[in-house]
Design a protein around this ligand. Structure first.
Ligand SMILES: Cc1cc2nc3c(=O)[nH]c(=O)nc-3n(C[C@H](O)[C@H](O)[C@H](O)COP(=O)(O)OP(=O)(O)OC[C@H]3O[C@@H](n4cnc5c(N)ncnc54)[C@H](O)[C@@H]3O)c2cc1C
Length: 384
């Protein structure tokens, strides 16, 4: 039993975690520094995830996946993120792209897209635009009626896994006059005419992942619509409700990696004739980090279990994402500080984690947006 609180896993969950831990220790962790240095997408890691049944972990067995719960998925995302933040982010992007299909797909769509995902052909979630990130309802991409289908025009930015995935779920306006109820979701194939990745982002961290800019002037058929017309924004927000919990798990994993290197270094480094951990100036921040990561885990796994039971996680998921991403930030900051000058220089693990962590407070809803969601819920409760 370690210092950090551990979730109780049943035997099936534990088996998946063991598979993830084995791959993480043997394959992912040893390559994490190289991926960051070379800014290289680790196709060989994706192949391992597919072979082990982890790429389609959350996909129901009848659609070709492993049929695990969201709770299990979060445990695996945390474990992989602890070893290699980029590989953990790729796995999280799989879950993000798969969720709208699970929530709104027809059986044919699930069979096609989720089955492909389990084989490593991921779907990317394409919501964000230049003027529409936090404020998704400001999106300007359009899907105009064209014969038996729609012509989608617009630009999507910051597409996680874009270029590696084989299709996108694109959110576009089918009825510009209908506001939030005028947005619909569509499957768009990576190789279709008029689907162009015009650049990849050169990022601070998660440098083993692909994040792309997508220009669209392409045709889709009616059968490519995902969910009901006009219900796209609701689908995107419901997807992000679950996505926030996956990012919370990712955050806890990165935070745990920071905590571990900090604790080991604090026990190893001698100054003034004794290990620096003997100073409360070092051991107290570590105690705070251990407490906060335990709390982050409690929130994350409770939110995931609530989701599996069909409960409402709109507030709990926001709390988990907000708290875990900020706890991870404090953990990696302590890790840099404990390493002194080494913590500021490559190829120190704390230096890499510090950069990998930063996005966790931004994507799938910034910390401010999580506070906004919670603030609105508090106001509603108070007025009731
Ligand atoms: C590496 C990476 C991967 C990503 N992956 C995906 C993906 O797969 N799919 C996808 O669709 N998007 C993706 N995104 C986009 C990401 O979700 C957005 O960047 C994020 O939601 C913030 O939107 P924005 O960048 O437009 O910032 P803005 O919305 O412009 O926000 C700027 C700042 O203002 C703050 N702010 C905005 N509104 C308010 C308010 N009302 N009150 C207080 N503060 C406010 C924000 O918190 C932020 O600090 C990714 C981004 C990155 C960098």
């Amino acid at each position: 039993m370690g210092v950090i609180w551990e979730p109780e896993l049943d035997s099936a969950e534990q088996r998946w975690l063991d598979v993830a831990r084995d791959l993480s220790e043997r394959v992912f962790a040893p390559r994490a520094e190289e991926l960051d240095r070379e800014q290289r997408y680790p196709q060989e890691h994706v192949d391992e995830l597919v072979k082990a049944g982890l790429a389609g972990l959350f996909v129901p067995e009848k659609f070709g996946g492993s049929g695990a719960s969201f709770h299990t998925t979060c445990a695996v995302i945390e474990e992989v993120s602890r070893a290699c933040a980029s590989t953990g982010a790729i796995l999280t992007a799989y879950a993000l792209g798969g969720t709208p299909v699970l929530l709104a797909g027809t059986d044919e769509q699930k069979e096609r897209y989720l089955g492909a995902m389990a084989k490593g052909n991921a779907v990317s979630f394409a919501l964000t635009e230049r003027g529409a990130g936090s404020d998704a309802n400001a999106l300007r991409a359009t899907a105009e009626r064209d014969g038996d289908g729609y012509r989608i025009r617009g630009e999507k930015i910051f597409i996680g896994n874009g270029g590696a995935s084989t299709s996108y779920v694109v959110f576009a306006r089918t009825d510009p006059a209908a506001g939030a109820r005028g947005i619909s979701a569509f499957f768009v194939d990576r190789d279709a005419d008029g689907v162009v990745i015009d650049h990849y982002e050169d990022k601070m961290g998660l440098r083993g992942t692909k994040t792309s800019n997508l220009k669209l002037d392409t045709y889709v058929t009616d059968a490519d619509m995902l969910g009901e017309p006009g219900r796209g924004l609701r689908l995107a927000l419901n997807t992000l409700n679950a996505g926030r919990v996956s990012v919370a798990a990712q955050s806890t994993g990165v935070g745990l990696a920071g905590y571990r290197v900090a604790a080991v270094e604090a026990a190893r480094r001698i100054t003034f004739g004794r290990p620096i951990i003997d100073n409360q100036g070092i051991s107290f921040p570590l105690a705070d980090v251990a407490t906060e990561l335990s709390a982050a885990r409690l929130l994350t796994f409770t939110a995931a279990a609530t989701y599996d039971r069909g409960g409402d996680i709109s507030n709990l998921g926001a709390m988990a994402k907000l708290y875990a991403s900020e706890a991870a930030h404090r953990a990696v900051d302590v890790a840099v500080q404990v390493h002194g000058g080494d913590g500021y220089c490559k190829p120190n693990v704390a230096e890499r984690l510090y950069r990998d962590q930063r996005i966790l407070q931004i994507y799938e809803g910034t910390s401010e947006i999580q506070r906004l969601v919670l603030g609105r819920a508090i106001a509603k409760e108070a007025a009731a």
